[in-house]
Design a protein around this ligand. Structure first.
Ligand SMILES: C[S@@+](CC[C@H](N)C(=O)[O-])C[C@H]1O[C@@H](n2cnc3c(N)ncnc32)[C@H](O)[C@@H]1O
Length: 350
């Protein structure tokens, strides 16, 4: 794989981590410019699977910079409807502005996609034709140091996508028992040095609260092998784990998927783009479980469980970005798209 190189006078870390790639590809002069767009990942593939059509109703549950949403609107012209959700208020404002020209065809709300059922019922939709989730953070998060997602730019240790939720990454780092911190780093970061990092955090916070991203990155770096031996910045997995914990990302995904399956019309599709193995595993297992019908033991003469298959998996293997897309946008390199289609409620489809 081609390594992203640090642009002249650019960010310090530009290696294999998604954040490093993102930072390396935002020219310095633009690094804090909110008008630099988040490049939508697997755009053609995701929208191709959703196959938007005139008259259809679609939900972009992670509307972010609005790239996928706008493509869905174009393909469902002249009267398809797009409901965009994002838990980040800044993203919502940006999208409302970007998509204003589509008028009544667009509704953008600051909501977590785990509440998709409530939003749709508020808006008066009983069912929809397609749902897209493009998980994780956007460029806007990573390049705004004040949001605290970046170990490459110093800022307050925040990491909340929804700034209305009570706990920041600093709260977790400064108050959780060491063992719980280690569990988070292990479960959400798959960090092999979770125990040692948690111990270093405990030692550091005894001297005073850990308040900035650079401070935390420094503590983690003191434990891990020196960069670049590890090829990613030593704090990459710690930052990922804390971000997932702060935003309760795994639970939101599980809840969201469970609800999406119920709000899709027969023939409607759900497309999920994930960026790490934890998310991808949840999506893959959810699709597999929903595609499976009766789970009674084979000896059972008649079905007693009553479980019916509700989804057909359209991507046996995940769809990955092509070489060209990764060259253009290296942050896309770990993306995986999985798509499934809602089955007919007809009991013969079990
Ligand atoms: C990768 S970006 C999406 C980019 C978007 N597809 C585009 O074309 O610009 C992910 C966005 O999803 C939002 N997000 C992440 N988890 C969410 C959740 N559970 N509910 C709502 N929004 C979420 C983030 O705030 C972020 O803006």
């Amino acid at each position: 794989m081609k390594e992203a190189r640090i642009a002249e006078g650019g960010m310090r870390y530009a290696e294999i981590s998604a954040e490093g790639f993102v930072m390396a590809h935002i020219p310095n002069s633009e690094s804090r410019d909110p008008n630099v767009e988040h490049p939508p990942v697997l755009l053609r593939e995701a929208v191709g699977f959703l196959a938007p059509r005139a008259g259809g109703v679609y939900v972009d549950g992670t509307v972010g910079g609005g790239g996928h949403a706008e493509e869905i609107l174009k393909h469902s012209s002249p009267d398809g409807v797009l409901i965009g959700l994002d838990q980040d208020g800044d993203a919502v404002r940006r999208c409302q502005e970007r998509l204003a020209a589509y008028g009544k065809r667009v509704v953008v709300r600051q909501k977590n996609f785990r509440d998709i059922d409530a939003v749709l019922s508020e808006l008066g939709y009983a069912a929809v034709d397609g749902v897209l989730l493009d998980l994780g953070v956007s460029w806007f998060h990573l390049k705004m140091p004040e949001r605290g997602f970046s170990f490459a730019l110093d800022g307050p240790l925040d990491m909340r996508m929804n700034t209305g939720v009570p706990h920041t990454a600093a709260d977790l780092v400064n108050t959780l028992p060491r063992r719980e911190l280690a569990r988070i780093l292990r479960d959400y970061g798959e960090e092999r040095k979770a125990g040692a990092i948690a111990r270093a955090i405990e030692k550091a916070r005894a001297r005073g609260p850990i308040t900035s991203t650079a401070q935390l990155a420094g503590i983690v770096s003191s434990v891990s092998p020196p960069f670049p031996a590890r090829r990613i910045h030593p704090a990459t997995l710690t930052f990922q784990a804390l971000r997932i914990a702060v935003n309760d990302e795994m639970e939101a995904l599980r809840e969201g998927l469970n609800k999406i399956v119920h709000i899709l019309r027969p023939g409607g599709r759900v497309a999920v783009i994930s960026f790490h193995s934890l998310e991808d595993r949840i999506v893959k297992q959810f699709y597999a479980a929903s595609a499976k019908g009766c789970t009674c033991p084979p000896k059972m003469p008649v079905c007693v469980c009553g479980k019916k298959s509700s989804l057909t998996i359209l991507t046996r293997r995940p769809v990955l970005p092509g070489v060209e897309e990764v060259e253009r946008n290296p942050a896309a390199r770990s993306a995986k798209l999985r798509v499934a289609e809602k089955k007919n409620d007809d009991p013969s489809c079990a």
